[in-house]
Design a protein around this ligand. Sequence first.
Ligand code: MF3
Ligand code: CO
Length: 252
Amino acid sequence: MVNIRNKREIDLIRESSQIVYETLTLLGENIKPGVTGEELNKIAEEYIHSRGATPAFKGYMKYPKSICISINEEVVHGIPNRRKLKEGDIVAIDCGVLKDGYFGDSAWTYTVGQIDAEVMKLMTITEKALYIGIEQAKSGNRLSDIGHVIQSYVESHGFNVVRELVGHGIGTELHEDPQIPNYGDPGEGILLKSGMCLAIEPMVNLGGKEVYTRSDGWTVCTRDGKPSAHFEHTIVVSDNGGKILSDGTLGK
Ligand code: MF3
Ligand code: CO
C-alpha cells in the first residue's frame, strides 16, 4: 500500500529532510584529503542530535553507523571507517533522519580535490538523472515512468544503472512501498498521486551495471572496480512533477 500524506505529514517529512540537507552541507564543508569516514560520521551524528533528530540508519537492520560513505567503486552502503579520503576520490554520502515520527533521506556524491574528467561526467549525469526522474513524479504518471527516463538518460551517455537497489516510499518508515527501480519500460506500475512521498535514488556505474556485496554484509561495489555515483532526494508527488523536500529550500 502506498501512503498519501496530508499537509501536516508532508511538513514533517520536509523538516526531517531539511535536517538531512543541512547535514550533507556540513559534511561537504569537511570533505578534504586525509579526513576519514569515521570522522564524518561523528560530525553527522552530533549535528543530527543537535537538531533534536535521530540518525535513521544507525541500528536499521543492525547497520552500525549514522551515515553511509561509499568511495569510488563502492556503490552504496559503505560503512564509515578509518580509510582516509584522498585527492581524486569521489565519495557518496547517504544520510537519513527521523524526527517527530517522520523520515527524510538524501544522498549526494562529492569530489575530493581534482578528479578525472570522465568521473566528473559520471557525477553530473547521475545528478541530472535524478532531476529528470523527479520531473516524472507527477500525478497521473505511472511509477515506471520515473525509472524509464533515468535509465534512458544514463544509457544515452554510455553509463549504466544499478538494478539490485531501488528508491522507495518514505514517511513513517524509512522504506515504504513502492519500490522505485531506476530502469524499466514506461507506463507500468502504480498510478502516481499527489501526496505520495518518495525517495528517488539513481546509482550509476561508469562501467558495467554488475555489483556485489562485500563480506562485511553491507558495502555494495561495482564488479569491474570502476567508479559509481549516487544521488538521492526525498520528494512529494504533485500535479506538475516531484517537489523536492530535501534541497534546503523547505520545498517552496
Ligand atoms: N538511503 C539508503 C536506502 O534508502 C539507506 C541506507 S540503508 C541503512 O537504502 F541500513 F544504512 F540504513
Ligand atoms: Co533511500
